[in-house]
Design a protein around this ligand. Structure first.
Ligand code: BGC
Length: 749
């Protein structure tokens, strides 16, 4: 018979009295230590810096070092016995009860709390991060973060490991869904909002992966070569803006090397830029297994190692004792961690597990999914569907009867009940396995069109699907492309012969609507044959309901692409994703693979010679036509733009009018781009601001966008600063990067 309890895990009933004893001892010792009075740093009217400094003064060397590392993770480091007190998340830093410093319980939480099912809990899956960016709605970003923050706390976590912001420089990157698109201003502002929402819940936020970890292939070994100006104006600018906007508690340094040094021991990245230039007050933690030294990393500015203590435990302590690591450096690391804990309220507002608000979570997830679904094509007003005129609908596509796909890897949120395509009870989530959320397109369409005959075909046999489509008034094909951490896509084509399926269905029915579930751009060889296309991304727990609301017109789409859909991979800056040689790949079959990773794998080179030309800046500069441009998205109404005025000053101000010229209410993302004087030698244009404007039918609104001078500047490497090149600047305004009806040039000095 199977034992009910493993012999390693004492029964919870046995643990209960033990827990009470420990808690009582903790209270007695805390009060005894402080002479019966609360510690002076527990006074919330003091500044986080003052409070952190007071604690640092009281700490022993061992206590300080204990804050510098995690307690291990199977496969990535040895395990500490203290790990039993972890809440089951990716990282755990034990408490220091003597000083009233609580544990840090870290969980991945890119689009919801990770591994919730595994921990016997429930969490909401929001639409993927890239979808959040497609809303171009900073309030939605705040709600996104706040929801994650609430659910983290309910589940017993006080630190999030979300906040992915690597620019989509390589759209085949398997983590594109976890990031916020290809533009540094959009991504930076969005992550800033997400962090504000999250940290308002008293959760430590983190922005990652710093920096230029823009491909998964060979991520532990790759050396990214890029010139400083291009890096500052692209990927690093996204971090700069995100941190400026949000005061995030932490930054996670990435696995890769950058211009020679590992990101987690790269002095330029961690100290010169992050801590000195940007005045970042939080702490830097390494990606899991991304630490490669104690002395060098510490001097470079790495504050904390995860998941274990290969370097930041005994080695670090010895380094301090021998004087190789200055005490001031150690104290700075500790101060930063404590300061972040005081500043975000994780010390004043201790964790208490509670019940996740499932209904509230689903409402937020659906609302954001509705705001992030992009209408890419709508010929002959195919959408919204009018149920009074439609009597039969063919719903086609892999698993469209039961679920919608989600993004994999450490971002994976567990679906309730397990993977929707597996038999009940067998649906646990596994690394590098496609997970479908139980949000059924078929059911949600049936619910919207109860009088219509709605039939399903999986598309496994394209001819059978085409026959079903032929007999229906409209065909809706749900197509997917799955992405995950730990892999890159071979191409941007839909897998599993879905291109062939869509082409066949479209040939059989002229009213074919395609709904794409993807984490980034896909190619669409069939696009001219279908009448409508929606990009639903990985749409989260309530994806199907949101998509149905858009299809049937209960929601007027308002999202815009946060990244370009190219016509083909041949148009990308790099023909293929550079693959690592075998010596640069960790051997995960080795029981102590962590030793191999920690020691450092043989570097291989990837050179970003497209430089600052990321996404639309590349296609613009290279004059490559695209399938759907950055910033593009249709609505069921139409908008016009007029009255552009640009006033110059320290902060140029752009004002214009947007009018809803159609017959229904909507929200328009009004985008402002600038082109710099020729002397700046920049791509043709860059996004410098936007505003999402709600308009009733026929309504006009005046819009004002103040443009941060930095967004108009170039990075001058010699002067090590942002520089506005004097000359003529053209400001262009409109509804997509390729539809900018208003233009005015002004001279800026
Ligand atoms: C990922 C991080 C993640 C960490 C902890 C790493 O492999 O790159 O994004 O936060 O694991 O799960």
């Amino acid at each position: 018979m199977m034992p009910l309890q493993s012999d390693k895990q004492p029964s919870i009933f046995l643990l209960f009295p033990f827990t009470i004893l420990i808690f009582t001892l903790f209270l007695v010792s805390a009060v005894a230590q402080s002479g019966g009075k609360p510690h002076p740093w527990m006074n919330p009217s003091l500044s986080p810096d003052e409070r952190a400094s007071m604690v640092v003064k009281e700490m022993t060397l061992d206590e300080k070092v204990s804050l510098l590392h995690g307690t291990g993770m199977v496969g990535l480091s040895p395990m500490s016995p203290l790990a039993v007190h972890s809440n089951g998340g990716a990282g755990y830093v034990p408490a220091i009860p003597r000083l009233d410093i609580p544990a840090i319980q870290m969980s991945d939480a890119a689009y919801g709390v990770r591994s919730s099912g595994e921990n016997g809990r429930y969490s909401t899956a929001l639409p993927a991060d890239v979808a959040g960016a497609a809303s171009w709605d900073l309030d939605a970003g705040y709600e996104y973060g706040a929801l994650i923050g609430r659910e983290l706390r309910a589940q017993g976590y006080n630190m999030s490991l979300g906040g992915g912001i690597n620019l989509t420089r390589e759209p085949r990157n398997g983590r594109t869904f976890e990031y916020l698109g290809e533009d540094p201003v959009l991504a930076g502002k969005m992550v800033g909002s997400v962090m504000k929402g999250l940290q308002a819940q008293h959760v430590l936020g983190d922005i990652k992966h710093y920096a230029l970890n823009d491909q998964e292939s060979g991520r532990n070994a790759v050396n990214i070569n890029i010139d400083k100006r291009a890096a500052r104006e692209s990927d690093l600018l996204a971090f700069e803006i995100g941190l400026q906007e949000s005061d995030a508690a932490a930054v996670m340094c990435s696995y890769n090397r950058l211009n020679g040094d590992y990101a987690c021991e790269n002095k330029y990245l961690l100290t010169d830029l992050l801590k000195k230039d940007w005045k970042f007050k939080g702490f830097v933690l390494s990606d899991w297994g991304g630490t490669h030294s104690a002395e060098k990393a510490s001097a470079a500015g790495l504050d904390h190692e995860q998941p274990g203590w290969i370097f930041y435990g005994d080695d670090f302590k010895k380094g301090v004792e021998s004087g190789k690591i200055p005490v001031a450096e150690l104290d700075d690391h500790v101060h930063r961690i404590l300061r972040a804990m005081f500043a975000t309220g994780v010390i004043d507002d201790p964790l208490q597990k509670s019940v996740v608000d499932v209904v509230g979570g689903l409402e937020v997830a659906q609302k954001i999914a509705e705001q992030s679904t992009v209408l890419l094509k709508n010929d002959h007003v195919q959408l919204p569907l009018d149920t009074s005129k439609i009597h039969s609908i063919a719903v086609i596509g892999p698993h469209a009867d039961v679920g919608m796909i989600s993004g994999g890897g450490s971002a994976q949120v567990d679906p309730p009940g397990g993977n929707a395509i597996m038999p009940p009870g067998k649906g646990q989530t596994r690394w590098l396995e496609k997970i479908w959320f139980p949000t059924s397109p078929l059911k949600s369409i049936r619910a919207k069109a109860p009088a219509a005959n709605v039939q399903f075909d999986s598309g496994a046999d394209p001819s059978a699907a085409a026959a079903l489509a032929k007999a229906a008034d409209v065909a809706i094909v749900f197509a997917y492309q799955w992405e995950s951490e730990g892999m890159d896509l071979e191409s941007l084509s839909l897998p599993e012969h879905q291109d062939e399926l869509i082409a066949k269905v479209a040939a059989a029915n002229p009213h074919t609507i395609v709904v794409i579930e993807s984490g980034g751009p896909v190619t669409m060889p069939w696009v001219d044959q279908v009448s409508a296309v929606l990009e639903a991304w990985y749409a989260g727990s309530r994806g199907a309901e949101a998509v149905a609301n858009v299809i049937f017109g209960d929601v007027n789409p308002s999202a815009k692409l946060p990244l370009t859909f190219p016509k083909s991979e041949a148009d990308l800056p790099h023909p293929t994703v550079v693959q690592p040689p075998s010596e640069s790949i960790p051997n995960y079959r080795l029981p102590d693979v962590w030793k191999q990773i920690a020691a450092g794998l043989t570097a291989f080179q990837v050179t970003y010679n497209e430089g600052v030309k990321v996404g639309y800046k590349w296609y613009d500069a290279e004059k490559k036509p695209v399938l759907f441009p950055f910033g593009y998205g249709l609505s069921y109404t139409t908008y016009s733009y007029s009255n552009l005025k640009v006033t110059t000053g320290k902060t140029p101000r752009v004002t214009f009018t947007v009018t809803n010229t159609g017959s229904r209410a909507g929200a328009e993302v009004a985008e402002v781009y600038a082109s710099l004087p020729a002397a700046a030698a920049e791509p043709p244009k860059r996004l410098v601001g936007w505003s999402k404007v709600k308009l009733n039918a026929g309504e006009s609104k005046a819009v004002t966008v103040d443009v941060d001078a930095k967004y108009l500047s170039i990075f001058n490497v010699e002067q090590n600063g942002w520089q506005l090149i004097p000359g003529d600047y053209a400001f262009m305004v409109g509804g997509s990067s390729q539809s900018l009806p208003l233009k005015e040039s002004v001279n800026l000095k």
